[in-house]
Ligand binder design. Structure first.
Ligand SMILES: Nc1ncnc2c1ncn2[C@@H]1O[C@H](COP(=O)(O)OP(=O)(O)OP(=O)(O)O)[C@@H](O)[C@H]1O
Length: 264
């Protein structure tokens, strides 16, 4: 692997995402190209229905790409067994955990599944990973609570802890700030930024908090009706990309403040 390649955790080349049935295939997004570096926080933005979740599910190997290639840590994603993939990539979806009856600690421990034996017994390494994940997300004090007792903000921290316990170089989160108030949206995104920096994990998250993502992300993937752009927030602002996100008669982007505003 060339030395430049070693810094890349996730790469897409001429990727097309969408849905295939027996009779037809529907392309949602195409011409997707990017190279995401290790240890970075990457925000994925775009209007409702543009294809953010479809892209994240494709990158996570949960649905097949229609064409093109994806490499995770230098290996084509389809070449991983499911177990190998679970040691490289963890995903936090918007749905609440299936078993909300579990205690917080039990739920976070599920992150260790790729490493535990068939009996699911935890080793000292597993317990250390779980404790570290709970410390990093300030969820230790919730350890014995049932998941159904948690607020949306607490549940989101617990879901992030489960992904951290999985100890993968890439964590993907689909809209981690949904249902949260402004303080908790900023709190979660700042937490993701801190985790990317301190753990050298790459964190890719989709969001409608574009203002916050611009402030915190090292790079952004921006899906517009015409193209998908990947660059630093600064360069995306300069190139006018954020002005093409929404119909321009309704919402405008002010490059000097880095914020959107409603047009009269
Ligand atoms: N299982 C499916 N089969 C066929 N089409 C689907 C399926 N799931 C989603 N779509 C379509 O794919 C398109 C993109 O949806 P997707 O959920 O990826 O968008 P999104 O950008 O995440 O939207 P939002 O911001 O509203 O969550 C939409 O037109 C949607 O109707």
């Amino acid at each position: 692997m060339a030395s430049e390649e070693k810094h890349i955790i996730l790469e897409a080349n001429h990727l097309a995402t969408g849905y295939q049935s027996k009779r037809k295939s529907t392309v949602i997004s195409e011409h997707i190209n990017f190279r995401i570096e290790k240890g970075t926080l990457v925000g994925l933005a775009g209007a409702n229905g543009i294809g953010k979740s479809t892209l994240l599910r494709t990158l996570a190997g949960m649905q097949p790409a229609l064409s093109g290639t994806m490499k995770l840590d230098g290996t084509y994603i389809e070449d991983f067994t499911p177990l190998q993939l679970a040691t490289k990539l963890s995903i936090v979806l918007t749905e609440p955990p299936a078993s909300k009856n579990m205690s917080v600690e039990e739920f976070i421990s599920l992150g260790r599944q790729p490493y535990t034996n068939w009996m699911g017994s935890l080793t000292d390494d597993d317990i250390t990973a779980i404790t570290n994940a709970m410390n990093a997300t300030d969820t230790l004090k919730l350890a014995n609570r049932r998941c159904y007792e948690l607020s949306d903000g607490q549940l989101q921290r617990v879901a992030i802890a489960r992904a951290l316990a999985q100890d993968t170089p890439l964590i993907i989160l689909d809209e981690p700030t949904t249902h949260l108030d402004l303080y908790h949206r900023a709190y979660i995104l700042k937490l993701l930024k801190k985790l990317a920096k301190e753990t050298q994990k790459t964190i890719l998250f989709s969001t409608h908090e574009i203002d916050l993502a611009i402030q915190l992300s090292d790079a952004m993937l921006v899906m517009t009706p015409h193209a998908i752009h990947f660059d630093t927030p600064c360069r995306l602002i300069k190139s006018g990309t954020f002005n093409t996100l929404f119909p321009e008669d309704t919402i405008g982007f002010d490059a000097t403040t880095g914020r959107f505003s409603i047009k009269n």
